[in-house]
Design a protein. Sequence first.
Length: 333
Amino acid sequence: MSTIYKPFLDYKSQIRRLSEKGISCNSPEEKRILIRKGYFNLINGYKKPFVINKNSKNEHLYIKNTSVYKLYQVMRFDRRLSSLFLKNITHVEEEIRSITAYKFEKICQKSLSDWTDPNAYDNRVKMTDKLKLIESLKEDIRLAKKNRNKYLMHYIQNSTKENSLPFWVIVKVIRFTTLSRLIQLSKKELRTHICKLYDMEYDSKRNDYKILEASLNWLRKTRNACAHMERVIYLEDRSTVVVTKYHKLLTSSYCKRSRKKQVVDVIIYLKYFNTKNEYRNFINNLTNYINDIGKIVGPQVKDNIRASLGIRDMNHLRIIKEQPKRIKYLQLI
């Protein structure tokens, strides 16, 4: 398959090319934006909400008055969105790590095992999968030691064996991917504990904890995308959507398992892990960000951005936000 070569264009040629496309770049401010952000990152990265059609040459046609300034504002919106999700998800991740470490160690004490013992995990899980998880845990610990992780250094001096390290320290330093796998392969008691705490649907008889696994997996992928400055407004995943009770509050289109995962699914999954006030603040900030960008780019582009997030109607955010929710932490004591 041949690669289409695009010739180098200097800044003047880029500006002329943008004008031919119907994207203005006239003011000194817009020219500085183009230089600082780059044609590929800005134009190719954020043109999608402004596209209305294609011409006979298969070239994109843009909404009237599309400009470099407006594309830059969509980029800034995407960065704000990324910060909002990253802040919330890392908060959730920290909490999940703490709760998992506590419950896992409590279970191990009863069974006289530790995390290096395959018997510490679900007996329905294949031995090869358990051993692979244990090796991933060891590898994450070795990497943390190599990087002289501050959580490990105090204990390493007094611990010659990996299984003598406090488990809360181990859970603190392992990757989110490893943490998710640890929860997935853990004994049913741990997964049930997490689901009950967050009022999350599950079926222990069928060993079915799909919502817990799906939510942690999609939160992890979203967090990684935010941390690596990927474009959040186009974030999607083709794996099967696991429908929750919160999806069912909305229109049937959210419940189609054949559709791609989008940002809206992150929003819905976060409902489980946030307190009432935390989630209200999160949704209020998200709503304000979408409304703010709409004032700059106009209603049509705003609607395109909303749709790219997978939100069918802005009122759906309010419906999810107002659904009663309480996490009963004190019942764990």
